[in-house]
Write a protein that binds this ligand. Structure first.
Ligand SMILES: C[S@@+](CC[C@H](N)C(=O)[O-])C[C@H]1O[C@@H](n2cnc3c(N)ncnc32)[C@H](O)[C@@H]1O
Length: 279
């Protein structure tokens, strides 16, 4: 029979604040899908998606205290992939950018493509995008390292304190079992993170614990805390830790000279007023 409908998958991000940060393309894919799966973690956001498409189903029922999130993510992926195999035009909507710190979105895309169906991901507004706007941090100024808190603790990473550090999932830092659903288990992880950071920063270095608003009427939460006091900071499941740069590193004279440049030339190229004044 040639009348079987071929399934397809589009993964979209609804933004952090659903009202206002959802792109027009995302909206259109939600409206035109046969079924929408929602990993939005927020009732207002779910309501906004359901208004666009009544056949929208939350994936949040798969979360359970004491159950590994690795299993939850696999089950989310299975649901999404099965609907595509069943021949539906599937949209899966996750909050923020659907490809940023979201396992089932990438897994579903890979599986669906391996099965020979079409699968695409659209960009969305992530927590990092909101942070850049609310804190006035341009990643180009000092460079930026952006990573997951527990992965950083567990593995042999290197940090460069001259770069801005954006550390995700601080509310779960050090929580190895992946089975808790609140931010009350992170004190040992925060203590270890502090110990590592003290190798690079003075104890009075000011850090920021940031929460972007999830409603357009709310303000961002910007909590400033010294490194020595990080252990006592209030964190939630949506907190992101920002460590401001210690400042730009020195110029590498050896590299400049390989390009036939001097530090003075580079500085003057980057400072147009000094060029004008020099003329
Ligand atoms: C599973 S990740 C999801 C990220 C999301 N897909 C995005 O694009 O931002 C959860 C982590 O994202 C960050 N996050 C989520 N919501 C946030 C918010 N409202 N403000 C700041 N950071 C947030 C936190 O670091 C949190 O632990």
């Amino acid at each position: 029979m040639e009348n079987a409908k071929k399934g397809e998958l589009v993964i979209v991000g609804t933004g952090i604040s659903v009202a206002g940060q959802m792109t027009l393309a995302t909206k259109s894919h939600i409206e035109n899908a046969d079924i929408v799966f929602m990993g939005i973690m927020n009732k207002v956001g779910e309501h906004a998606v359901r208004k666009l498409n009544a056949n929208s189903i939350s994936l949040d029922d798969l979360y359970e205290e004491g159950k590994s999130r690795a299993l939850t993510y696999k089950q989310m992926t299975d649901r999404i992939v099965q609907a595509v195999i069943d021949g539906q035009k599937v949209c899966a909507a996750f909050y923020g950018h659907a490809g940023v710190f979201v396992t089932p979105s990438h897994d579903a895309i890979n599986q669906v493509r391996e099965l020979g169906y079409s699968a695409t991901m659209l960009p969305g507004v992530s927590a990092e995008d909101c942070l850049i706007a609310d804190l006035g941090i341009d990643p180009s100024k000092f460079g930026c390292q952006s990573y997951e808190a527990t992965q950083f603790l567990f593995r042999d990473y290197r940090i460069d304190p001259h770069m801005t550090q954006i550390i995700w999932q601080i509310g779960l830092v050090g929580e190895a079992s992946l089975s808790v659903l609140d931010a009350t288990h992170n004190r040992p992880g925060l203590a270890l993170l502090t110990e590592i950071l003290l190798e690079h920063y003075p104890d009075d270095h000011e850090l920021i614990i940031y929460e972007a608003p999830t409603l357009p009427i709310s303000e961002p939460v910007i909590q400033k805390v010294t490194l020595s006091n990080l252990i006592n900071a209030e964190t939630t499941l949506v907190s992101t830790l920002v460590i401001p740069s210690l400042g730009l590193p020195a110029y590498r004279q050896d590299r400049l000279s390989k390009l036939g440049l001097t530090e003075q030339q580079v500085v003057s190229f980057r400072n147009p007023t000094s060029i004008t004044e020099g003329n």
